[in-house]
Design a protein around this ligand. Structure first.
Ligand code: MTE
Length: 318
């Protein structure tokens, strides 16, 4: 991030862009018909098996995907970015410093996977990811995504609110923050063999941010399980913050009683704040944050304060 130039591999021809536009059109179609989640069962025969799934009725009882679309987050001011683009334009420094993470993930084992929740909580525990996706209230939400490098995309995440997990482990009254940690497996992630960075990647939120309505622990994207390059099997999504806050492939969540340090803020404090809130009025020392480039179309848009999520988050920063 701090050390790389922006490659041009987002310039994928429009002819290759099919799958997610179909995905989004189907969603829109069902929504227009008032079939956002469970409604309109009588009509489902018209749409076939796939559309039944898209309407939130799961035809494969063993899979939690696709999850019901949350109507509050079912539309955006921009089209969903096709997965063929987002799955080949990633930041995952454990594997490579370039965007072509998908080339380096063959050895990365994301199953089985457990996540430990510890610290200032009444009920610490170790959660198996398969159990979590079965027991937590999974939902799908379309969110804008803004990287600190001034590129942007729009993606349908599937996950559950971090608040739901915190409610289970019950933070003590002394708890102030939530710290998260990525795996450490140098044999699977080649850049973890180098001492260029303080591995494993670590991030943190205040307790209010962690419990915010928008804060998701995502286990899926585009109505399916997360692929490795997006941070399988579980990653953080905080759409009003720059992408670097969205720690991938989490193995540990620690509830703390003081403000933790964070990876990018430790590595380059002048460039990456703890908060990482999207703010068009505060330039990065090396580039403006006033505008953003959509990675699929190349179109430039004005960046919005808190990435357009002020109604949900501005109260936390007054
Ligand atoms: N998490 C880990 N563990 N390692 C990383 O290098 N990069 C961050 C974030 N989470 C990163 C990470 C950055 S800089 C961004 S922009 C997003 O992941 C990118 O998420 P995406 O590849 O799913 O678009």
């Amino acid at each position: 991030m701090a050390y790389i130039h922006l490659p041009k591999d987002w310039e994928i021809p429009a002819s290759q862009v099919t799958d997610e536009s179909i995905y989004e059109d189907r969603r829109r179609f069902l929504k227009q018909l008032g079939l956002g989640t469970i409604g309109g069962l009588g009509f489902l025969g018209l749409f076939g098996r796939d559309s039944v799934a898209m309407a939130g009725i799961n035809p494969d009882q063993s899979s939690p995907y696709p999850a019901p679309l949350n109507p509050d987050f079912s539309t955006l001011d921009r089209p969903v970015t096709p997965s063929i683009i987002t799955s080949k334009y990633n930041n995952f420094y454990e594997f490579t410093l370039n965007k072509d993470v998908w080339k380096y993930i063959d050895r990365f084992r994301t199953k089985p996977w457990q996540i430990e929740v510890v610290g200032a909580v009444e009920n610490p525990g170790v959660f198996d990811i398969d159990e979590l996706v079965k027991t937590m209230p999974l939902e799908e939400r379309f969110y804008r995504f803004r990287c600190v490098e001034a590129w942007a995309m729009a993606v349908p995440w599937t996950g559950f609110r971090m608040k739901a997990l915190l409610d289970q482990v019950k933070p003590k009254s002394s708890a102030t923050h939530v710290r998260m940690l990525t795996f450490l497996r140098p044999d699977e992630a080649p850049v973890q063999q180098k001492d260029w960075f303080p591995w494993p990647y670590f991030e943190a939120l205040s307790m209010a941010e962690a419990r915010n309505e928008l804060t998701l622990l995502a286990t899926g994207i585009y109505g399916k399980e997360l692929p490795p390059q997006h941070g399988a099997p579980i990653r953080l999504v905080t759409p009003w913050k720059y992408g670097y806050k969205g720690i991938k492939s989490i193995v540990k969540i620690e509830v703390t009683t003081s403000k933790p340090r964070t990876f990018w803020n430790d590595v380059a404090p002048r460039e990456y704040s703890f908060d990482g809130n999207v703010n068009p009025y505060v330039a990065h020392p090396r580039w403006s944050q006033a505008r953003e480039r959509m990675i699929d179309t190349g179109e430039f848009r004005d960046t919005q304060l808190y990435n357009g999520y002020s109604p949900y988050v501005s109260h936390m920063y007054q």
